[in-house]
Design a protein around this ligand. Structure first.
Ligand code: PEP
Ligand code: MN
Length: 332
């Protein structure tokens, strides 16, 4: 249940009431909001005179639910806003991993030349094998921050565990919570304590309900800047790396109020399929697209097979702009 308290109640009193009924307490647009589990179906009698409005839910998709907030939430990524009524599809581009200063500078230049705003690059890589490249760590974060400074780009990078969050807040504009990290409550709770935008990727074995509940960990902890990212789920199919769940995206658009970004690169796993999938994604009217691109994919230290060349990335953007326009969006 979500309860909005009357505006005559102070923040301190709201915190006391929350403790009394064992609810989460956040403030949103000046309103004191209490959140309990969805099992609570009636306003607790002892606080009934303090409640202005309340909502009951069939399950624990609450703050993210359209039945609570019917309009899409807005999230700011640097100078670009997505969600709300913006109709912006942000194209987040860059390599899987930050590998060197020259490499990430070429990525940054590419984005600036194309009029784009947001650079990605992993520094703490959640690899499936301990023997694979694990990322440049803090040195990589500093390179991303340098690109942000030099080129005026926003940057997004992933946290592999909760101890990375403080560094990522310092050097990056968005915290990416990867498909494997999505299950890590330490990371989710740490993200909840900041105001940084958090991009949560769907775990490849998670239901939509579980995916949205990961977002609820961040929202109920007080951070309203949450973005969902569909990046493919594991099915019986082995011809492609994962299966991009576009049905799931339609479901999220119907039932949640969160901005949605799609990642066809990790879903497909092979560069040949990324452009055609990207077109299908953009045609759904989405808030963002995440595409991996590398100056020389063949020698990339991670996800080599799925990264586009800079030439392919440029051509793809030209194809995507009119697709976005045809559904009332613009690529930014
Ligand atoms: C990535 O974005 O490079 C990545 C590791 O993604 P995912 O968590 O979706 O596998
Ligand atoms: Mn990758």
């Amino acid at each position: 249940m979500i309860l909005h308290l009357k505006n005559t109640i102070s923040n301190q009193d709201a915190a006391k009431i929350a403790a009394e009924i064992k609810a989460f307490h956040v403030t949103s647009n000046g309103t004191n909001v209490l959140i309990t589990g969805s099992g609570v179906k009636e306003v607790p009698a002892q606080i009934s005179d303090k409640v202005d409005q309340f909502w009951v839910f069939p399950n624990d998709m609450q703050l993210a639910s359209k039945s609570y907030l019917p309009t899409k939430r807005e999230v700011k990524i640097g100078n670009v806003t997505i969600g709300g009524t913006t109709k912006n599809t942000v194209l987040i581009g860059g390599p899987c991993s930050v590998e060197s200063e020259e490499q990430i500078r070429e990525s940054a230049k590419l984005l600036v030349d194309l009029g784009l705003s947001t650079l990605r690059g992993g520094c703490y890589k959640p690899r499936t094998s301990p023997y694979s490249f694990q990322g440049m760590g803090l040195d990589g974060l500093k390179l991303l921050a340098q690109m942000r400074e030099e080129f005026g780009l926003s940057v997004i990078t992933e946290a592999r565990d909760a101890t990375h969050i403080d560094e990522i807040i310092e050097y990056s504009d968005v915290i990416q919570v990867g498909a494997k990290a999505m299950y890590d409550q330490g990371i989710l709770r740490a993200c909840a304590k900041t105001n940084k935008p958090v991009l949560i990727k769907r775990g490849f074995g998670t239901t939509l309900q579980e995916f949205v509940q990961a977002a609820e960990f961040v929202l109920s902890g007080g951070n309203e800047n949450v973005i969902l990212c569909e990046r493919g789920i594991r099915t019986f199919e082995t011809g492609t790396r994962f299966t991009l769940d576009l049905c799931g995206v339609a479901w999220l658009q119907e039932y949640t109020n969160l901005p949605i970004i799609l990642d066809p690169s990790h879903a497909m796993g092979y560069a040949y399929g990324v452009p055609v999938l990207a077109k299908a994604c953009v045609a759904m009217g989405i808030d963002g697209l995440l595409i991996e691109a590398h100056r020389n994919p063949k020698v990339a230290k991670s996800d080599a097979s799925q990264q586009l060349t800079h030439q392919e990335f440029t051509e793809l953007l030209n194809v995507l702009r009119p697709v976005a326009q045809s559904v009332g969006y613009q690529m930014v």
